[in-house]
Write a protein that binds this ligand. Sequence first.
Ligand SMILES: NC(=O)c1ccc[n+]([C@@H]2O[C@H](COP(=O)([O-])OP(=O)(O)OC[C@H]3O[C@@H](n4cnc5c(N)ncnc54)[C@H](O)[C@@H]3O)[C@@H](O)[C@H]2O)c1
Length: 273
Amino acid sequence: MTNGTGRFAGKVAVVAGGASGIGLAILRGLHREGARVVCGDISQERLDGIAGEFDERVACTRVDVTREAEVEALMALAVERFDALDCAFNVAGASRPGYIVDLAESDWDFTVDLCLKGVFLGMKHAARHMLGRGGAIVNIASLNAHVPMHAGAAYASAKAGVEMLTRNGALEMTPDGVRVNAVLPGLVETPLTRRHFENRAALDAFLARIPAGRAAQPEDIAAPALFLASEEARYVSGASLLVDGGWAVTGYPDMRPFRGRPGWPKPNAGADP
Ligand SMILES: NC(=O)c1ccc[n+]([C@@H]2O[C@H](COP(=O)([O-])OP(=O)(O)OC[C@H]3O[C@@H](n4cnc5c(N)ncnc54)[C@H](O)[C@@H]3O)[C@@H](O)[C@H]2O)c1
């Protein structure tokens, strides 16, 4: 399938961590909108699982984003295969959780290396192909950049780091034509969060925090990520876009049981008299 009219027609993108969840939704969106894309992921099984879905405008390759030489090769592949690199999405992430008092040093290192160093390496090696020519980098952080969670110190710290890394990147790179922005998702239904969706009580605890009344689907996160990489966001750099269904605004207790509900819509509006 070719798409010469989409927002990314003629553009070349890399999605690091693109074989599942949010990264896969970004990959599908880019492909649908005309881009040529290199999808990198550590899981060969997942890469094999998606390869048949795409045509020659998508190249899949195995990469560990915590290894600099591999990330350098990932970005170079876009230029070798498709002659350019216009957009990079740093999406790969996971966590080995643990309370601070229990957390093994190796688990801290795993999470911070993957979630923070991986993004640094992605930015570094993508930008080297973009500076002076123009480009856009989108990093996937998390609501946990702002909100701590039990047993999530390493993850939340790394995600907070991604937000500052994004701002630092914007400071350094925007003058040379490279915009750098971050998306901060709330709860998204992906393989990463499957355990929350298999536990009704845990899911209800999340939903009580989300004014939108549901978790996000990966496409709900891909859409703003694509916007930030697109020409529509040409004057946006250094931004952190919360995409959380309103979760971040729910820090205050729900006072509606004490104040009563708003007067609109009318309680019986639309009901038969
Ligand atoms: N799902 C959520 O609720 C949620 C919320 C906020 C932020 N995020 C972030 O969004 C990003 C994507 O998460 P997801 O939910 O789509 O998870 P996912 O597990 O579905 O996808 C993550 C992908 O990253 C790949 N990956 C893991 N380690 C890698 C490595 N070292 N090198 C290359 N690829 C690697 C995995 O193989 C997988 O395909 C992560 O950074 C995650 O922290 C997710």
